[in-house]
Ligand binder design. Structure first.
Ligand code: PMP
Length: 449
């Protein structure tokens, strides 16, 4: 078996996510045979450093021996059982752990099976909470410009990345979209905190104007990942928490991408010392092994649904694979690694190294900004550094970086013209240097065309 044979078989029957399939007339599909640590190996024996953690899910490497062992044991005990009327010890233990490690007050855990589903759950729960309390006029959601919360219709509606959303606009519920705190747009000399604070006035205005009809504000704390890894200061979260309390609106923190250490702390909300009303988790939750998501919420919200059956206030949302035992076991093993290996502290060295390898990009004539929050580093490629004029999207410069890096054995997957590193935490300092070196030459290659 080799790459070519498998790629042809694939292209005959498969349809891949987030892909114009016609691109594969020129761009080879890469069949992966094995994964070990940060490395993937294809069927021709070529290796690739997984610098994007396989879509931001992998934390402790592919084929991690601890997670593998836990899963093998779980497999011989219980793979899955209906989660309504039935439960299992692994699911209970994971919920106890999540309640324990997430910000204070989040005492209830509802499982779903992917990030978008978690967002749907949080939106529905928030709406339903107000309805159960007789506040039927609360039907709307506030979201930020450039946000991303998933691809199902509810999640897409509260997102704001035109590329994914525009086509489906006629199918989507109306939302209130507020200009965001994205610090790429701060004035020269203005700090992230100053800009984020200044931009919050627009959110305050929206809340003041619409609070009576709004269920919740939904945000990605600190980094808008799919929105080109744009970043902002924790002060925005602090102000938002205060304003949501003041105006009687829920706060939904979508930490699906940024949770589990990506921003430097276990959860991004910790950097603002806040607790949201709903915390959505997925991706890194299982260490990148199996689909699972969780929505953590408060006793207060749980109690608003708790009544005699005939009151018809129950949350009847369900997914067949809710609380899948294998996925829960992978998550428990993943959280175990965080605790046993003191990962958040140890990552500080990698965070510093990431900043160090990125220094060379700051003065590059086609780099408008190098930004970093914890373990996420992004390099914004532009046509003109002084005016920040972007390259025309049709030129697909980022795709050229992708192709160059692949040839060099590195999996980078730029978002448009933004090159970013979001590696598993088992990456070495030497491998971070390799990433930067390949990205540097990839940019040179992309600029030629
Ligand atoms: N929210 C955020 C912030 C995300 O980054 C993503 C996925 N990129 C999602 C939600 C959706 O998760 P999933 O792809 O598992 O549906």
């Amino acid at each position: 078996m080799n790459n070519k044979i498998l790629a042809n078989r694939d292209l005959a029957v498969l349809w891949h996510p987030c892909t114009q399939m016609k691109d594969h007339e020129n761009l080879p599909m890469i069949p992966i045979k094995t994964g070990r640590g940060v490395w993937l190996e294809d069927f021709d024996g070529k290796r690739y450093l997984d610098a994007v953690s396989s879509w931001w899910v992998n934390l402790f490497g592919h084929a991690n021996p601890i997670i593998n062992a836990a899963l093998k044991e779980q497999l011989d005990t219980l793979e899955h059982v209906i989660f309504a009327g039935f439960t299992h010890e692994t699911g209970i233990k994971l919920a106890e752990k999540l309640v324990d490690i997430t910000p204070a007050g989040l005492n209830r855990c509802f499982y779903a099976d992917n990030g978008s589903a978690a967002v749907e759950v949080a939106l529905k729960m928030s709406f339903h909470y107000w309805r159960n309390g007789g506040q039927t006029q609360k039907t709307k959601f506030i979201t930020l410009e450039n946000s991303y919360h998933g691809e199902t219709l509810g999640a897409l509606a509260v997102g704001n990345v035109a590329l994914y959303k525009e086509t489906y606009a006629p199918l989507l519920m109306d939302v209130i979209t507020v200009p965001g705190p994205d610090c790429y747009f701060r004035e020269v000399g203005e700090t992230w905190a100053e800009y984020s604070t200044r931009r919050f006035t627009l959110m305050e205005q929206a809340l003041q104007q619409h609070a009576g009809t709004v269920c919740a504000v939904i945000i990605e704390p600190l980094v808008q990942c799919a929105g080109s890894m744009r970043m902002y200061d924790p002060v925005y979260l602090k102000l938002l928490r205060q304003a949501c309390d003041k105006y009687g609106v829920h706060l939904i923190a979508d930490e699906i991408a940024v949770g589990f250490g990506r921003t430097g702390t276990l959860f991004a909300c910790e950097q603002a010392s806040i607790s949201p009303d709903f915390l959505c988790l997925s991706k890194g939750l299982t260490g990148g092994y199996l689909p699972l998501s969780a929505v953590l919420t408060t006793d207060n919200i749980y109690q608003a649904f708790y009544a005699d059956y005939t009151q018809l206030t129950a949350f009847l949302h369900s997914h067949s694979y809710t609380g899948n035992a294998l996925a829960c076991r992978a998550a428990l093993a993943t959280i175990g690694i965080f605790q046993q290996d003191n990962v958040i502290n140890k990552n500080q060295r990698l965070i510093a190294k990431l900043a160090e390898v990125a220094v060379r990009f700051h003065d590059h004539p086609n780099v408008a900004e190098v930004r970093q929050t914890g373990m996420i580093l992004a390099i914004e490629l532009v046509k003109n550094k002084a005016t920040r004029e972007p390259f025309a999207w049709q030129e697909r410069r980022g795709l050229k970086v992708y192709q160059y890096a692949l040839a060099q054995g590195v999996l980078l997957r730029p978002l448009g013209n933004v090159i970013y590193f979001m590696p598993p935490y088992v990456i070495t300092e030497a491998e971070l240097e390799l990433l930067a070196e390949v990205a540097w030459h990839g940019i040179q290659y992309a600029l030629k065309g």
